[in-house]
Design a protein around this ligand. Structure first.
Ligand SMILES: [Zn+2]
Length: 416
């Protein structure tokens, strides 16, 4: 596939003008002048478009699209009390259609890869297979009920499951307040034995911090580090309540953090010290969290909010600039998830998006990073390419969108 004459090619480190991108299979082969790149099966004319790496949503609960707009204006604990009883009623079918809606929303807003933590993950995998997006999938596990049986099932699965070209399987202890120490240790052993990443919520709220101090006499990151759970294979979502010592641990262990500014603001959970974490060389990526606490999966909105939140909380308009936000939503996400993408470079996976620059909110352009982070939104994405395949062009996908909307209405009627 040839993406021809792109007006601009943007990555967090460079801007290229009037160049073309040659894709072979699912890999970016070459970037340069179109001359000599013409013999391809598929040509996309990208003049008038900005081409950039697909965005990576490093923490979400995809099927929670079903809960979009259900119970706003509650603090995390009270909100979870409303969500949990409905979640207990979820079946495979609900999770499949909720995930299909989430995949559709992400493809239409320029996200090419997501890191999920939920239930009925085979259904999420089916939706990833069907829609063509890339996903890292995690079955959330807690010590509620018969966890030993669930852990056994999970172990069997981890042993036998093969990662496909677009699906990576990850281990997902939900959080320290839902998992016993014994369970956390068992999951760490499993991750070590099978070289798996661990995706966990860490220090989302002040309550979590205080409870941890009371129960274990130490802070969440110290507690997790003492039981060996903090490593360069760990993806820690939120990290709002950290002190310097905890940040030093995250940095030393090479833990990747996922910042979820919209969800943190909406649930009034806290403000993650993103600037400080970056200064301490922690790999900070970006996520939307579930659509229930956001209430969408638009990573453009997330980049902008991340920047604004740091500026206002630090009372410093220089804090967290646009380029850094783009880096968090692309390269840093790829690093957190261990996937070979997040940048437009030869040898990288062909996960890219085209932005239609002929849009009122994008004119004029003085600085492309500023345009992407502060002006752009998901609807400006015209074309989404994942693993070398076009999933959306001229804002049209090949999915039966009407059917997805109908099924979502059925799920809503059954669940609520
Ligand atoms: Zn979450």
């Amino acid at each position: 596939m040839l993406i021809k004459n792109a007006s601009l090619i943007i990555t967090p480190s460079e801007v290229k003008k009037n160049q073309s991108i040659l894709i072979e299979g699912n890999i970016i082969k070459k970037i340069g002048p179109s001359k000599g790149m013409d013999k391809t099966d598929e040509v996309i004319d990208a003049s008038g478009f900005l081409v950039m790496p697909g965005l990576i949503n490093a923490h979400t609960h995809l099927a929670m699209t079903l809960f979009r707009g259900y119970e706003d204006n509650l603090p995390l604990q009270k909100w979870l009390e409303k969500i949990f009883p409905v979640e207990d009623r979820l079946t495979e079918k609900h999770v499949y259609w909720g995930s299909m809606l989430g995949c559709l929303e992400m493809i239409k807003s320029g996200t090419t890869c997501f890191n999920d933590m939920y239930y009925f993950m085979d259904e999420v995998a089916k939706s990833v297979g069907k829609t063509g997006i890339r996903g890292c999938l995690t079955r959330a596990i807690s010590s509620k009920g018969n966890w030993k049986k669930r852990l056994k099932t999970m172990t069997e699965k981890i042993k036998n499951i093969k990662n496909s070209s677009r699906i990576e399987w990850i281990l997902g202890p939900h959080a320290i307040y839902t998992c016993s120490e014994e369970l956390l240790v068992r999951i760490k052993e499993l991750a070590d034995n099978y070289n798996k990443k661990i995706h966990i919520h860490v220090s989302e709220t002040e309550k979590e911090l205080k409870d941890c101090l009371r129960e274990h006499g130490k802070r969440p990151v110290e507690y997790l580090d003492d039981i060996g759970l903090m490593s360069n294979r760990t993806i820690a979502a939120h990290c709002c309540w950290l002190n310097d010592k905890e940040m030093d641990i995250l940095s030393k262990r090479g833990v990747s953090v996922v910042h979820n500014p919209v969800s943190n603001m909406k649930l009034a959970a806290g403000i993650a010290p993103v600037v400080k974490m970056l200064e301490k060389s922690i790999n900070v990526s970006l996520g939307t969290d579930g659509a229930a606490s956001n209430n969408n999966l638009d990573m453009f909105e997330e980049m902008k909010t991340a920047s604004l939140l740091q500026k206002i909380s630090m009372k410093n308009s220089l804090a967290l600039d646009a380029k850094t936000c783009l880096k968090m939503a692309t390269i840093n996400g790829a690093k957190a998830l261990g996937i070979n993408s997040g940048v437009i470079e030869s040898g990288k996976k062909a996960d890219l998006i085209l932005i239609n620059l002929k849009s009122p909110n994008l004119k004029p352009m003085h600085n492309p990073y500023s345009t992407i982070v502060y002006s752009c939104h998901g609807e400006n994405v015209d074309t989404t390419i994942v693993d070398g395949k076009v999933l959306m062009k001229n804002r049209k996908t090949s999915l039966d969108e009407e059917k997805i909307y109908e099924k979502i209405e059925d799920c809503k009627a059954e669940l609520f």
